[in-house]
Design a protein around this ligand. Structure first.
Ligand code: NAD
Length: 361
């Protein structure tokens, strides 16, 4: 058998650790290096860190990137002698992950990032997106941004559902989810546990942002359908708790904010054509709201898809990043989006065999 597909895991937080655990269960694929900037993780054996057997791969500080500047005095991790692809799970923003992606590309490696903005980085960071595309193209490798959302529920799944449509007049998609598995960073950016006044102040200062990814999903849908997007309007409002809600990370008293109701509408030809609704809160079920993913296509034919309860966000993100590996390794070089690659599917057999089939070998 040929050598396993070799992966570098960059970022070992909630998502990156889960992605690494998932990789370890797959045949025909192995982790050859792992980077994280957290001093508590650096130096640990990766296998033991993930709660399993030692595997001899030590977690290292991240390699130097252009973000470090010429005088960087920090300890820097070393790239492995050989690898195929980097799974990147460090941040949400293109500006922050671009130096990491470019460094991986300079090593000749393909990249899958779960940064929300990387789902379609042209939406906010056109210059950086072009630089990444050029670098990847010149190295003959590919870069993909994916995840559960953006990456699947409110874009890839929506687009797949338009496949059997002769006409599409309007798209409305809603994801009602439970934020309770997520930690303090997400609680802060969604404003969970704040008063209504603090929520308003947080929105004004930019400390509370709601969902990152609407612009990316709407651009992706419009681009793939051939709709000329004119503008996107977003609205954020607090979801106020009527009863006490408590998770391991946050306590919300009645009258406080349990989450952010965030909506975005994309306009085409003066009409609201793409409406995405994503109220995110902790424990919606305690007030009778059920989680779920809902897609309504108005067109010919009109179609309705309902998934209840929601597709779990954490597990879904880990799976999407890992399951897209063969598609990315078989793709044309450059910066790609979920709309440009074959649809995702689970990896249940030897990943080398699946890759050979995808490459037509
Ligand atoms: P997390 O905070 O638990 O983990 C981030 C990890 O990356 C930490 O271990 C941190 O030390 C490390 N890190 C940060 N910057 C680094 C750098 N420059 N070099 C090396 N390590 C670095 O976050 P998470 O829950 O694992 O999520 C990671 C990112 O993915 C977040 O920004 C999150 O919003 C995003 N995300 C996207 C989706 C999606 O659907 N697209 C889904 C879930 C999470």
């Amino acid at each position: 058998m040929t050598t396993p597909i070799q992966v570098v895991q960059w970022g070992l937080g909630a998502m990156g650790s889960g992605m690494a655990r998932l990789l370890r269960q797959k045949d025909g694929i192995e982790i050859v290096a792992a980077f994280d900037r957290d001093a508590n993780k650096i130096g640990q054996d990766l296998g033991a860190f993930l709660g399993g057997e030692k595997n001899g791969v030590l977690i290292q500080a991240p390699p130097l990137t252009e973000a470090d500047g010429p005088e960087a005095g920090r300890p820097a991790g070393k790239w492995p002698q050989r690898a195929d692809l980097v799974l990147l799970a460090t941040s949400s923003f293109t500006r922050e992950v671009a130096p990491q992606i470019k460094e991986a590309l300079r090593q000749g490696l393909n990249v899958i990032s779960i940064a929300e903005e990387m789902a379609y980085p042209y939406a906010r960071e056109e210059g950086l997106a072009r630089e990444i595309d050029q670098e990847a193209g010149s190295r003959g490798v590919s870069v993909l941004g994916t995840g559960i959302n953006p990456g699947f529920v409110l874009d890839t799944l929506v687009l797949a559902l338009t496949g059997p449509c002769l006409e599409v007049k309007k798209i409305k998609a809603t994801r009602i989810n439970d934020l309770s598995p997520f930690g303090p960073t997400v609680m802060r950016t969604q404003g969970v546990g704040t008063t209504v006044d603090e929520f308003a102040a947080g929105l004004a200062s930019g400390a509370i942002v709601g969902h990152v990814g609407f612009r990316e999903s709407i651009h992706l849908i419009a681009k793939a359908l051939g709709w000329r997007l004119e503008r996107i309007e977003e609205q954020r409002s607090p979801i106020v708790a009527k009863v006490r809600r408590e998770t391991p990370y946050v306590k919300v008293e009645p009258g406080q904010v349990a989450g952010c109701r965030h909506t975005a509408v994309g306009y085409v030809g003066g009409e609201a054509k793409i409406e995405l609704i994503h109220p995110q809160q902790v424990l919606p079920q305690v007030e009778g709201a059920e989680t779920g993913d809902y897609i309504e296509i108005s067109g010919k034919p009109s179609l309705n898809l309902m998934i209840k309860p929601e597709i779990p966000g954490g597990l879904g993100t880990m799976a999407m990043a890992v399951n897209m590996i063969p598609q990315v390794l078989a793709a044309r070089p450059g910066l790609l989006s979920m709309a440009e690659l074959p649809l995702p599917s689970a990896l249940l057999g030897d990943v080398r065999e699946i890759l050979k089939w995808r490459k037509g070998e």
